[in-house]
Design a protein around this ligand. Structure first.
Ligand code: ATP
Ligand code: ATP
Ligand code: MG
Ligand code: MG
Lengths: 227, 227
């Protein structure tokens, strides 16, 4: 499903170049469950942004489902994203003036789902993450962990084939975090591909393979013992 | 230092009342190191906002350093905050158009520190959290964990007597998270009061006492074995 060949990403800030990814070679098959770990600043979110077509590499080739997506326009990338990819952002990226329900409906609006069906799916997704009693609340009226769960519901509501979850449990207590992991595991068992950035080894151990990043390079790859 | 007597907080949203804190009785002495844990939505950030004079209780009494601060004006609360309290927000609350350096200088500007001294202190604070090479970057040019560390530097730069850290390591890998904990422990050893919200028992175990919240109430209080 995902093939990266010597992908690089350099952020250019005026005179300064910040290398975030350096020579990434990576393959992820459909229906894999992969964790990505590494120190702060090692390139995890940058990698996720490229995998998820939110950004393009500076150099190298990225094939998604056999298609070279390295140099597509924003519109083309946006079209791929909306069809194939659910994204749980590290910073949630919720619309601050919209309710939780509206935020979760958003991918369905883009997908052209009719209003009644759309509302039903969004309510179900919010129930799944334990937020039935918060659907009319705006992000500013929610706790940190509740906002994170709205972001998770929004990523999952279209049942995308590829789910990218960047630190989806960082703001959650262990019990709630484990509930989220069970949702992600169920999606993987149902045939979807899941890539999870996490700092917690216990969560990475629940996936099939862990990729270790450091300073923009893949440092380690470990198959999980149980999978 | 901190005394709360039957403190309540109810958020009013049109017709809906959301009880976030219900009958909190709490005492924290000067120079204590206290952790607060609990499920998502249990009231931790709400409690921190009241302790830190960012919000007022709906009912009950809150005495800070012997002064009843339950019913002060915004200006009065702001004055107390700027003199006494450093806050690491769960959502960082960085100024998006300002550099990391500028963000960290902000409390010093409010405190009237001269420009040269201000810059020196801000650079030192950023070095302390491992961000020497990022001082001119804006929040959008930083990783999640780097933004969190800017927020930490900003909270500590005035060396406040009371430090409130709401999930300061949620976006950090274990090594970087432990470095932050060592900074907080050093501040406690230096005589300051530190209150830490965390989901991680390993981090709570490094403090002197852990308060467990659930549904807006204090459910448990445990002294740490090592302190
Ligand atoms: N501004 C607000 N308006 C309305 N309700 C709010 C507001 N802030 C918090 N709440 C509600 O109050 C309750 C407590 O929220 P709080 O942010 O204190 O929880 P928390 O323990 O910090 O949770 P988390 O671990 O998810 O950050 C939650 O049910 C939340 O939905
Ligand atoms: N928009 C940007 N502009 C400039 N530099 C950036 C930008 N985004 C990230 N960087 C830099 O690129 C490097 C990798 O960032 P990235 O966000 O991928 O790290 P990360 O592994 O996700 O870190 P964290 O665990 O802290 O979230 C960092 O050094 C960061 O400062
Ligand atoms: Mg990141
Ligand atoms: Mg909170």
């Amino acid at each position: 499903l995902i093939e990266m060949q010597q992908v690089e990403k350099v952020y250019r800030l005026g005179k300064i170049d910040v290398p975030a990814l350096c020579g990434i070679d990576l393959q992820i098959e459909a229906n894999e469950y992969v964790a990505v770990m590494g120190p702060s600043g090692s390139g995890k979110s940058t990698l996720m942004n490229i995998v998820g077509c939110l950004d393009s590499p500076t150099a190298g080739r990225y094939l998604l489902d056999g298609e070279n997506v390295s140099h597509l326009s924003d519109n083309q990338l946006s079209e791929i994203r909306s069809r194939k990819i659910g994204f749980v952002f590290q910073t949630f990226n919720l619309m601050p003036r919209a309710t939780a329900l509206r935020n979760v409906e958003l991918p369905l609006i883009y997908a052209g789902v009719p209003s009644g069906r759309r509302r039903q799916l969004a309510v179900q997704a919010l129930e799944k993450v334990g937020l039935s009693d918060r659907i009319k609340h705006k992000p500013s009226e929610l706790s940190g962990g509740q906002r994170q769960r709205v972001a998770i519901a929004r990523a999952l509501v279209t049942e995308p084939a590829l789910i990218l979850a960047d630190e989806p449990t960082g703001n959650l207590d262990s019990t709630t975090g484990q509930e989220i992991m069970e949702i992600l595991s169920a999606l993987h068992r149902a045939g979807n591909t899941v890539i999870l950035v996490t700092h917690e080894k216990e969560l990475a151990a629940q996936t099939g393979r862990t990729i270790g990043l450091r300073d923009g390079r893949i440092e380690t790859q470990e198959e999980a013992a149980q999978s």
